[in-house]
Ligand binder design. Structure first.
Ligand SMILES: [Zn+2]
Ligand SMILES: [Zn+2]
Length: 137
């Protein structure tokens, strides 16, 4: 998402964009996107700065770190960025900051639910689906 400074009126400007995750290299070995990254940005102007109120949304998925089942969750983050500029600046590219803001919120150990029971250490059965018959309790 780019902001052209001379296109920002004094009352501000609402920009919306859907960014493909590949454009920002957002996916990792674990975290995958199940939708585009939806960005809403309210852009306003201060004397030598551009203020951006960002709203980011996407449907993400990852394997649970305990039971290894793939699960999805809705990512939603609001943040505020500001950029100073001088007369030589014609536009501001938000993409590096958008990328960083999204990736900062990736879970280190994704969990399908707070009480995921994980896998049986003995037979490997997913204990969320019921007990196993391997004798381990
Ligand atoms: Zn799990
Ligand atoms: Zn078992």
């Amino acid at each position: 998402m780019k902001i052209f400074i001379n296109q920002v009126p004094s009352e501000g400007l609402l920009l919306e964009e859907e960014i493909k995750p590949a454009e920002l290299d957002l996916e990792t070995e674990l975290i995958k996107f199940r939708s585009a990254l939806k960005i809403k940005a309210f852009v306003s102007r201060a004397i030598n700065a551009i203020i951006v109120e960002l709203d980011m949304q996407a449907l993400l998925s990852a394997p649970c770190s305990r039971c290894l089942e793939e699960f999805q969750w809705q990512f939603n983050k609001n943040t505020r960025l500001s950029y100073t500029f001088d007369s030589s600046t014609s536009f501001i590219d938000l993409n590096p900051d958008i990328r960083e803001e999204v990736m900062l919120d990736y879970p280190i150990k994704p969990l399908c639910g707070p009480d995921c029971k994980g896998l049986c250490v003995k037979c490997g059965k997913n204990k969320n689906e019921g007990g196993c018959n391997c004798g381990s309790t």
